[in-house]
Design a protein around this ligand. Structure first.
Ligand code: ADP
Length: 587
């Protein structure tokens, strides 16, 4: 079950990373796209400003021409005498010259009925002279408002143009005619052909009047109502041009004046950045359509960057999470290990205690024969004493009986002391016990237990120990060590004639050194390294376990001391070092 859930977790994480990756790539793509479009749109707006400036300059140049000419006295004269051929011819020449000088397309004069009296193109077959333009809005506007402007396709020439008109007034201030200048913006349109992008100028009806894409001229961008169409026919604004729609569909809005549009051109549908700029004076709108190529590259690099950042972040997070997890696991296993070590140490301590006790019981067992003898002796003496007491009582020697009973008491006390000591020695002593001990006392206790054997073996004991040899430790354990050293020495001297045991103790800087030497012949040199090893024994089965020295060594090390062995000329020498304890205050 945990394996499944961890697998599920991995799958979830992978899924999360992938989803995050896709989302970040998508988001970055969107941002990049938006930015790129906004930049392009700004560029396009800048370009449009330039075009607008050019158009404005162009139109501005001609705006004042009709107004200035309206003041001319020849014009006034002709309007007053419209049927004077000499005047008409003169004015035709004037207008022709003026037109040439100004660089406009046609310059002409209408009377107040819209009849053309004179025109700069009077020589051409397309001459306006004699034509009536009363239906043209620029004529009507000039009558009503003194001036007019109007884009239309020439009725006579079929050439589109921008008509700027100005009224001509007599001295009484009445409108007597209208002067018109026609500008053909074809040249400007030709200049645009080489430009990148598609440039359109639409009029107030959103009909394309100028463009560097000839096929798109006279297309309308928004549907025309029937009423509007009828009116356009009436004023013959686009002459005989067949109006077609330019179908497009908005894909995305970028700013107020720019958007992305899918345009149905003559060469199929295309995605364009469509930028607009209104020309309020002319009531026109400028449009610039550009194909987006660089945007895709931008979007790709933004997406890649976002993917990189996301993956780095994701892996960093994963790494951190993994590290935290590893640390937790490490901590847990460290705790577990500590717990195990503690448990094992506890078990080991218990085992060691058991071992120490077992070794002590073994030592006691070895001593048991001699001890039984030791107790038996006073018992025999007691029996004899009691018999003689009875005799003394019979003879009425009360004083002698009192004295004899004192001796009996002494014997009983000796026995009681020995048995109580045995009881204490056999007791289990807890590890780690620390008490202030006098080495001389401990040694005396040990010698007391071994006394029977020493006496029966006839061992000569040379003892030298100061009374102030204070150490700290567990008395029973220390006694166990000494009994072990002494027993081993007695065992080693078993076959000797004269048995000598030398015990010596002296202060050695911060510690007390106690040596136990015998004349048992010593330890074979190849065994010197092994005597402290558990179960090393040279004694016959049943007499030695090989634990005594190993256990003693452990006890001494626990007390912060050391136990060493060497041979001298006569036998083995065991040297015990113990840290010195402070003297009791009353010493
Ligand atoms: P055990 O007495 O049961 O053999 P010990 O650990 O007390 O176990 O002693 C290990 C061995 O060290 C003894 O069997 C003996 O060979 C050697 N040994 C110890 N003390 C002496 C000594 N005083 N003289 C000679 N050999 C000794």
């Amino acid at each position: 079950m945990p394996a499944l859930s961890s697998r599920l977790r991995v799958a979830l994480i992978v899924l999360l990373i992938i989803v995050g990756l896709l989302l970040s790539m998508y988001g970055a793509g969107r941002i990049a796209e938006q930015r790129a479009w906004a930049e392009r749109s700004q560029e396009a707006a800048g370009q449009l400003d330039l075009y607008a400036q050019a158009i404005h300059t162009q139109v501005q140049r001609f705006r004042s021409v009709p107004a200035l000419l309206a003041l001319d006295s020849d014009i006034q004269a002709l309007l007053n005498n419209p049927s004077d051929p000499a005047l008409q011819e003169q004015l035709n020449h004037r207008l022709e010259e003026q037109n040439q000088a100004a660089g406009s397309s046609v310059l002409y004069l209408l009377d107040r009925h819209g009849e053309t009296l004179a025109a700069s193109n009077w020589r051409d077959w397309t001459s306006f002279v004699g034509n009536n333009y009363a239906f043209r809005p620029y004529f009507l506007d000039a009558l009503a408002n003194d001036s007019g402007r109007y884009f239309a396709v020439g009725v006579t020439t079929g050439i589109p143009g921008y008509f700027l008109s100005s009224s001509v007034k007599n001295s009484a201030g009445e409108v007597i005619g209208v002067l018109v200048v026609k500008l053909e913006l074809e040249e400007m349109q030709r200049e645009w052909v080489g430009q990148s992008g598609i440039l359109l100028i639409t009029d107030s009806l959103d009909i394309v009047i100028l463009t560097n894409r000839p096929a798109w001229r006279f297309r309308y961008l928004r549907p025309l109502s029937d009423a509007v169409r009828d009116r356009l026919v009436a004023v013959r604004r686009y002459a005989e041009q067949n109006l077609q729609p330019l179908v497009s569909q908005r894909l995305q809005r970028i700013t107020e004046n720019s958007e992305r549009r899918l345009v149905d051109g003559p060469d199929g549908s295309r995605d364009y950045l469509w930028q607009r700029l209104a020309l309020p004076e002319e009531d026109w709108t400028l449009h610039l359509l550009q194909e987006p190529q660089l945007v895709a590259a931008n979007v790709r690099s933004y997406r890649l960057a976002a993917a990189g950042v996301w993956m780095t972040l994701a892996f960093l997070l994963l790494y951190l999470a993994q590290r935290r997890k590893t640390r937790r696991v490490e901590q847990r296993s460290r705790n577990e290990l500590e717990r195990l070590v503690e448990e094992r140490t506890r078990e080991l301590n218990t085992a060691q205690d058991e071992l120490v006790h077992a070794a002590r019981m073994a030592a006691l067992g070895q001593m048991s024969a001699a001890l039984a003898h030791e107790i038996n002796q006073p018992l025999t003496a007691l029996r004899m004493q009691l018999a003689s007491q009875r005799l003394l009582l019979d003879n009425g020697r009360i004083e002698a009986v009192r004295e004899g009973l004192g001796q009996v008491e002494g014997l009983l006390e000796r026995m009681a002391a020995l048995t109580s000591h045995l009881k204490t020695f056999a007791r289990k002593s807890p590890a780690g016990l620390r008490q202030r001990l006098n080495l001389a006392d401990v040694l005396e206790q040990a010698l007391q237990l071994l006394g029977p054997r020493i006496r029966s073996d006839g061992v000569d004991v040379a003892l030298q120990i100061p009374a102030n040899a204070w150490v700290s430790g567990d008395g029973i354990r220390l006694e166990q060590v000494l009994i072990n050293l002494l027993t081993n020495a007695l065992d080693a001297m078993q076959g000797r004639q004269a048995r000598q045991l030398r015990i010596d103790c002296h202060r050695d800087r911060q510690s007390w050194t106690l040596s136990v030497a015998d004349n048992g012949g010593g330890i074979a040199s190849e065994h010197l390294d092994q005597v402290f090893e558990p179960f090393f024994t040279t004694k016959p089965v049943g007499q030695g376990l090989g634990l005594g020295l190993a256990v003693s060594y452990g006890i001494v090390r626990d007390l912060g001391g050391d136990l060493e062995v060497c041979n001298d000329a006569l036998g083995a020498v065991f040297v015990l070092h113990l840290p010195a304890a402070e003297q009791p205050v009353d010493e």
